[in-house]
Design a protein around this ligand. Structure first.
Ligand code: CTP
Length: 404
C-alpha cells in the first residue's frame, strides 16, 4: 500500500481484543497501525491483559476508554457486549492466549472479551501467541480447529524466538502483517459473491485390498485453505476432498471421496455449474487393476505382483469440457525442470493457470503450513515469496479474480 492510498480499513469499526500474554506489548503497535489506517478502534482487554499493558496507553492511542469489566467500578455503568458486538465491522484478538482460545471455543463467557466475541456478528480474526509447547498441545490444536469451524480466521503464529527463551512456533504474527490480513479481507471481501467454485484437495487412496491402498503424502492443507479463502470472499464452494485429517472450512460444501474415479465423478457433477475450478488434489496416477476382496495374505508361494492401470486425469477431463468463461487452475508439484513441466501441463490439460511449487524450496509442498509458489499462465510467470498457506491461498485467489 502506498503512502497516499486509502486503506480499506479507513472508517471501519474494529474491536481489538487483548489477552494476558507477553505479546500484548505488540498490541500497542497494532492499535497504532489500525488507527493510522483510519480505523476506529475499541479496545477490550482481559483482566490478565492489564497486567501486561496499561489501559492508559491504549485509551490514549484509541481515543476511547478501554473496556475490560462488565461494570465501571465507581459509576456502576454497564458495558454492553451486545452493542459492541454489533458495532464491530470486525474483531481481532491479538494476542489470543491458550486460555482465551479455549473459552472462545467452548463459550465460557466469564469476561468482557469473550462475551463480546460471542456477540460479534462480524468476522473475527484470532492471532494466537503462546509458548511452543502450549501451541503444540492437542487441546490448543483442537480449540483452534473449533474456532476455524465457527468461521473465525486464525492468523497463524510465526516460528522464532519466544519470551520463554525457547525457540519455536508461537510468536504472535507481526502487527504489520495482521493489518495486512485485515486490509486484504476488507478489500477483497465479497469479490466472489454469486460465484461457484469447485476445488479438489488431498490425496486419493487406490485400494489394493480391504486394508491396503496406494496413496501419497498430500495433507490437503493448501486445498482447504483455498476453499476457506473462496468462502470468505462470498463464493459458493464445493470441496471434493480425498482422505485428510482436516475439518471442513465453514460455509463450504464438502464431498468426501477416496479414489481418483470417485473424485472424477464428483467433479464431473459439479463442474458444469462452476465459474472456477481449482485442481489442488494430489491424484494418484495409477490404481491397482483389481482390488482383492479379501486381505492379501503373506503366505504366498510367490511375492504378489500388483498390476496397475492408469487413473483418469481429472484436470484434463474438465479442461476438455471447459466452456468459455470458466476458469480452470491446476497445481504442479515438481522436483526438477519445474517451469517446463508446469508449462507442459498447462497446455496438455487446457488450464488457464498453473500453480507451481517446487520440492526443492524449503517450506513448500506437502504437509507444511507454508508454501512458496509461482503462477504460470500463457502470458508468463509470477513468483511469490514463502508464506503461510492461508496467505498463499489469498494470492492465488487474487490472481484468479483478476481474470474474471
Ligand atoms: N491431476 C488430476 N488428475 C490426475 C492427475 C493430476 O486432476 N489424474 C491434476 C492435479 O490436481 C494438478 C495437475 O493435474 O492440478 C497436475 O498434477 P500432477 O500430478 O503434477 O500431474 P500429472 O499429470 O500426474 O503429471 P506427473 O505425475 O507426471 O508429474
Amino acid at each position: 500500500m502506498t503512502a497516499t492510498a486509502i486503506s480499506p480499513l479507513a472508517g471501519k469499526h474494529v474491536v481489538l481484543g487483548i489477552c494476558g500474554g507477553i505479546a500484548a506489548y505488540k498490541s500497542v503497535s497494532l492499535l497504532r497501525l489500525l488507527v493510522k489506517a483510519g480505523a476506529e478502534v475499541q479496545v477490550v482487554i482481559t483482566p490478565a491483559g492489564k497486567e501486561f499493558i496499561t489501559p492508559v496507553t491504549l485509551s490514549a492511542l484509541s481515543q476511547k476508554p478501554v473496556v475490560s469489566e462488565f461494570f465501571t467500578a465507581n459509576t456502576g455503568e454497564w458495558h454492553s457486549h451486545v452493542d459492541l458486538g454489533l458495532w464491530a465491522d470486525c474483531m481481532v484478538i491479538a494476542p489470543a492466549t491458550a486460555s482465551t482460545i479455549g473459552k472462545m471455543a467452548h463459550g465460557v463467557a466469564d469476561n468482557m472479551l469473550v462475551t463480546t466475541y460471542l456477540s460479534a456478528k462480524s468476522q473475527v480474526f484470532v492471532a494466537p501467541a503462546m509458548d511452543l509447547d502450549m501451541m503444540a498441545h492437542p487441546s490448543t490444536t483442537a480449540n483452534l480447529a473449533l474456532l476455524r469451524s465457527y468461521g473465525n480466521i486464525i492468523i497463524e503464529p510465526d516460528t522464532g524466538y519466544l519470551a520463554s527463551g525457547l525457540t519455536g512456533r508461537g510468536r504472535m504474527e507481526e502487527p504489520e502483517n495482521i493489518v495486512k490480513v485485515l486490509e486484504s479481507w476488507f478489500a477483497g471481501r465479497n469479490d466472489l459473491a454469486g460465484r461457484r467454485v469447485l476445488i479438489t484437495a488431498g490425496p486419493t487412496y487406490e485400494k489394493i485390498d480391504p486394508v491396503r491402498f496406494i496413496g501419497n503424502y498430500s495433507s490437503g492443507k493448501m486445498g482447504y485453505a483455498l476453499a476457506a479463502e473462496c468462502a470468505a470472499r462470498g463464493a459458493q464452494v464445493t470441496l471434493v476432498s480425498g482422505p485428510v485429517a482436516l475439518e471442513a472450512p465453514a460455509g463450504v460444501d464438502i464431498v468426501k471421496v477416496e479414489s481418483a474415479r470417485q473424485m472424477l465423478q464428483a467433479c464431473s457433477e459439479a463442474f458444469p455449474a462452476a465459474d472456477i475450478a481449482i485442481m489442488c488434489a494430489a491424484v494418484a496416477d495409477y490404481a491397482p487393476a483389481e482390488t482383492a476382496d479379501r486381505k492379501i495374505k503373506r503366505e504366498h508361494s510367490e511375492v504378489p505382483v500388483i498390476h496397475l492401470v492408469k487413473n483418469p486425469d481429472i484436470a484434463a477431463t474438465l479442461g476438455a469440457a471447459k466452456k468459455p468463461g470458466q476458469i480452470l487452475a491446476g497445481f504442479a508439484l515438481e522436483t526438477d525442470h519445474e517451469a517446463d513441466n508446469a508449462a507442459e501441463k498447462l497446455s496438455r490439460k487446457n488450464l488457464d493457470l498453473i500453480v507451481l511449487n517446487s520440492l526443492r524450496d524449503a517450506g513448500a509442498g506437502f504437509g507444511t503450513d507454508t508454501n512458496k509458489v509461482s503462477i504460470i499462465d500463457r502470458a508468463g510467470r509470477t513468483d511469490y515469496p514463502l508464506k503461510p498457506k492461508s496467505e498463499v491461498a489469498a494470492d492465488i485467489i487474487d490472481n484468479i479474480v483478476s481474470r474474471l
